[in-house]
Design a protein around this ligand. Structure first.
Ligand code: G1P
Length: 278
């Protein structure tokens, strides 16, 4: 049974400076809810209620967000404003939260390895909160959990992206074993468009089996001198099996200003306003 989910949140968010000078990028709000809460809600929906954060300096606001704020709650208790806390209270009541730090910024692979302290020896989910994934039915992580129950191996979420964007992603090649599900044969971190093995880009949702930790330890620094989870997953794919899943739903790149604005408009129109009216 999968029950744990890791959120690597140590990154600086330089693209949003100066907003992210003193505030974690994961706390930037999409309308009235911080980005990271959307990811945590997706994990909880998928049944992954033991949430672990791999944090760094300056990320304390995330811990405070997933905790009670006694003074504030006293202040608004019994008033009409109390309902604004409903969504985060629900999250706090449904999940447990633990934190560990990534001492040095040595890449996503290293961040996940630091999370081993929180995960132990079991399969787990990983959410990169910058990638906001929305689906009217079951969320992306929930879809992946269903597949994990059937296949019991690591799974990455993928989506087709235009050629000119491929250099921003990990890219897979694979054999389609059923519609939308591929057995991975190759994986490259941020290739040039002409070197990419396909147009199938990895999106920030993973389910990893715990042997990944030893594989990360064996993985030398790759693209940009960082330890890449993509490289460790390629080893896992060659020795055993890794699946890539073309998920149902829509993904917004909230790590870029354009994607963030697009997501904000979408959430305002399709989630926030209907909620206010309903
Ligand atoms: C990371 C991964 C990359 C993946 C991407 C998805 O890159 O290394 O393989 O495609 O997330 O958002 P980052 O965007 O953190 O540089």
């Amino acid at each position: 049974m999968l029950k744990k989910c890791l959120f690597p949140v140590a990154g600086y968010g330089t693209r949003f400076l100066p907003a992210t000078k003193a505030m974690p990028k994961e706390m930037l709000p999409l309308v009235n809810k911080p980005l990271v809460q959307y990811g945590v809600e997706e994990a909880i929906e998928a049944g992954l209620t033991e949430v672990g954060f791999v944090t760094g300096r300056g990320k304390r606001a995330i811990e405070d967000h997933f905790d009670t704020n006694f003074e504030l709650e006293q202040q608004i208790a019994g008033t009409g404003k109390e309902r604004y806390l409903d969504s985060v209270r629900k999250v706090i009541d449904s999940a447990s939260f633990s934190y560990t730090r990534q001492g040095e910024m040595k890449g996503l692979g290293d961040a996940i390895l630091q999370g081993q302290r929180l995960i132990g020896d079991e399969a787990f989910g990983v959410v990169l909160a910058d990638d906001l994934c929305l689906n009217e039915e079951l969320g992306v992580l929930g879809q992946m959990v269903q597949l994990y129950k059937q296949f019991r191996c690591s799974i990455v979420a993928v989506e087709e992206v235009p050629k000119e964007q491929i250099h921003k992603f990990g890219v897979i090649a694979g054999n389609e074993i059923k519609p939308g599900l591929y057995q991975v044969t190759d994986m490259v971190e941020k290739p040039k468009a002409e070197d990419a093995p396909s147009n199938m880009a990895i999106i920030g949702r993973y389910i990893l089996t715990p042997d990944i930790f030893d594989l990360i330890r064996e993985t030398p620094p790759g693209k940009n001198g960082e330890v890449q989870i993509t490289d460790a997953l390629l080893t896992q794919a060659k020795r055993g099996c890794v699946l890539a899943y073309r998920f149902k739903g829509r993904r917004f790149d909230c790590g870029s200003v354009d994607g963030f604005v697009e997501a904000t408009n979408h959430v305002y129109k399709n989630i926030y306003l209907p909620g206010e009216k309903g």
